[in-house]
Write a protein that binds this ligand. Structure first.
Ligand SMILES: Nc1ncnc2c1ncn2[C@@H]1O[C@H](COP(=O)(O)OP(=O)(O)OP(=O)(O)O)[C@@H](O)[C@H]1O
Ligand SMILES: [Mg+2]
Length: 404
């Protein structure tokens, strides 16, 4: 592992594939030097590759653009944010007896109890465990241990969250990445990437939620005591808002409705003067802006109530003091954080801000880049943590070799 590493982060979305190149400096600073975006043109839907050629082309274009702006031709690691309607999670726990004479817990004991807890999950034949995330450890007589290694204990209990995905979905994502010339790319569940980008360590400790409102889906991750406690996917995204407008107000097609949503939309009708109207470009017809807001508010309320229900499922909503962080293109709908604050009954609902990454402001200040930056940030953090240990990774990009 070189001291100065060039890292590539990707986010595979339905509306766009995003790529970022970041350089991890010797002092640990992460500096974004390149960005790229491309539309998969329908080749990615609800997190799944639905057209290999279109997906491969979008990945290739986004990476090429990011590498060109960064002036790089090779990378030292690749991390890709993935998600989808079929991803799910579960909290598991199990315990082991520490067999050594001195009862000092080793890293092998820690791995064994995590493995055993994970095995408690009954997977379907075509499912795989994408992540195994330790939450907390307990020993007989002492609870809530972050890292039990080198501690005394007669028994060791682990609480772990697993993220499960259908293996064909993962295999097809891996194929698309390989087809685009990206080898050794590691996949990361997108709520983990969102959290890595916008939550501080303190937010996670205090209990925080990330809500990623995409094109067709909303993903959420709930963090408690520093780790992922609950995750969920809600089948509503920004496109549902656009379609609602088109169906109820006939604004001249999906493209026109999308434009009006972005330009004139708000989820707070009371903020819009009753007489204000939007003129439809093609027809010259006037449509009440407040009525547009009412349509958007109805859909936003539905979505936020589903988010609230997921928060309620943890039984620990009262422990969420680190706030709710909205990310994804859908979160940019005007006044959404204000409505969310009321409906979720949380004092702190904010548009997620990317933390701890320097470089190109068009990426570090842009909500579209949250998951790709989160992926690259997680990779950089893990590489710093394992520096000095043998390198298990080494994503290879033979992209330029392939193109030439
Ligand atoms: N300024 C804006 N105001 C309101 N909505 C917006 C704005 N900008 C983008 N959107 C909406 O964001 C949605 C796309 O979000 P995003 O780009 O995060 O999706 P994606 O990551 O490609 O998709 P997914 O995560 O569902 O695979 C679209 O429905 C779009 O209308
Ligand atoms: Mg997305």
């Amino acid at each position: 592992m070189p001291q100065r590493a060039v890292l590539l982060g990707l986010d595979l979305g339905a509306s766009k594939v995003v790529a970022v190149v970041a350089v991890q400096e010797e002092d640990g600073t992460l500096n974004v030097t390149g960005t790229g975006q491309a539309s998969p043109q329908g080749g990615i839907t609800q997190g799944q590759i639905t057209d290999m050629e279109l997906s491969t082309r979008a990945i290739t274009r986004a990476v090429e653009e990011a590498m060109n702006t960064a002036g790089q031709t090779k990378v030292d690691g690749i991390r890709v944010a993935v998600d989808g309607v079929q991803f799910k999670g579960e909290n598991l726990r199990d315990s082991i007896t520490i067999s050594s004479g001195d009862k000092i817990i080793t890293a092998a004991d820690r791995d064994r109890v995590l493995e055993q807890a994970t095995n408690g999950c009954k997977l379907a034949k075509e499912e795989l465990v994408l992540h195994r995330l330790p939450q907390m450890f307990h020993i007989k007589g002492q609870r809530d241990i972050r890292n039990p290694v080198a501690m005394f204990g007669e028994t060791l209990e682990a609480e772990v969250r697993i993220v499960v995905a259908p293996s064909p979905v993962i295999m097809n994502i891996n194929l698309a990445l390989k087809n685009a010339g990206l080898h050794g790319a590691e996949l990361m569940y997108s709520p983990l990437a969102s959290a890595e980008a916008v939550l501080t360590r303190e937010d996670r400790e205090n209990g925080a939620v990330v809500v990623d409102i995409g094109e067709h889906l909303t993903h959420l991750g709930i963090f408690l005591h520093g780790s992922l406690f609950h995750s969920a996917v809600i089948p509503i995204g920004g496109m549902h808002f656009t379609r609602d407008l088109e169906i109820t107000k006939h604004l001249g097609g999906i493209t026109a409705s999308e434009r009006i949503k972005i330009r004139f939309g708000t989820v707070l009708p009371a903020h819009v003067p009753a007489e204000e109207a939007v003129e439809l470009e093609e027809e010259g017809r006037l449509v009440s802006r407040r009525e547009i807001a009412e349509v958007l508010q109805a859909r936003a309320s539905e979505l936020l109530n589903l988010v609230l229900a997921e928060m309620g499922r943890t039984g620990l909503t009262h422990e969420i003091h680190g706030g709710v962080h909205l990310v994804g293109g859908g979160a940019l709908l005007t006044h959404l954080p204000i409505l969310a604050q009321t409906l979720l009954g949380r004092p702190r609902v904010v548009l997620g801000r990317i933390q701890g990454v320097k470089g190109l402001p068009q990426a570090t200040g842009n909500p579209y880049f949250v998951n790709a930056l989160g992926a690259v940030k997680a990779l950089a953090r893990e590489q710093s943590e394992t520096r000095g240990k043998p390198d298990r990774r080494g994503g290879i990009l033979d992209f330029f070799r392939k193109m030439s």
